[in-house]
Design a protein around this ligand. Sequence first.
Ligand code: HEC
Length: 305
Amino acid sequence: MTPTVLLARCFAGAVVAAFAAGAPAGNPQPAAGSGNAPASPPSLASTGNPELTVSVGGRMSTFAPAALLAMPAATTVTIANDVAYKRNMTFRAIPLALLLGGVGPDETLRFVASDGFVATLPAALLLARGDGAVAYLAIEPPDAPWPPLKAGDPSTAGPFYLVWVRPERGGISPEQWPYQVVKIESVPPLARRFPMVAPAPSLSARDPIRHGFAVYEKNCSVCHTINLGGEASIGPDLNVPYNPTEYLRVDALRRLIRDPQTLRRWPSAKMPAFPPDALSDRDLTDLLAYLHHMADRKVQVPIAK
Ligand code: HEC
């Protein structure tokens, strides 16, 4: 099991509550850098001939719903308080990992919806099996369509919908339930898409700061940006205008990461705890070395000191 999956024992509820208040469920985030208004979306969901394109591991495949529903691994999943439908739902689904052969846990996958919205998720989360959070691809049966999402609009969450069993064990937020999915594709690593998040190129491959960056990418980039680089928008940027190593003592910062509520406590806090089984002491030390290092690599921001 990966650290990311272990991380958030008790925050999912808080995030669900926070998101339920404002954001449209499910697909709130357009792709970073792709613009907000998807130009004339290919509304595949309504053509009656939907397919899922999976472009991972250097291969591209397409799947019709009927073919996926006929897989021996197809099963029924029951979702309590489903994110898209906001009530208990039952879906026919397959474990998503079955479609992700050849994908490594360090990769990042992008889920593209028929309206152009995009959710970017770490593969480590999506590949996890066992008794933590497990990702399933719910498949809308062509002969038994799902209910519409809203009254007055026939669109459903289909043709494909990423749902989670035991989401609370993986700290899965409502943004991580993309619906109307038509494509799953692997995307280059964070530092290639956002060069400003990378540590200095002059560091040796074995420098602990590089390992700290890997720890950041896996555990923190889901919610934070650093140096304004990344796709997440749940927590604050960790370098600008100030890097936490500039205003928190090392012991306080370690404590904040281990269990934020032991440093600052309030009911709607959303950052999960990272206990030692999720983040070893060495990981934490290297992570702080990376954060500290980034304080000297700030992008320019128009803010008064
Ligand atoms: C699930 C989302 C999430 C993850 C994962 C996460 N954080 Fe946070 N973090 C937040 C949010 C949201 C806040 C703002 C306070 C709050 O609501 O808890 C925050 C606050 C912080 C702060 C305090 C900033 C300040 O000045 O108050 C630091 C430092 C921080 N996070 C570092 C990290 C690091 C390092 C990691 C990775 C080990 C991480 N976070 C992982 C969501 C997250």
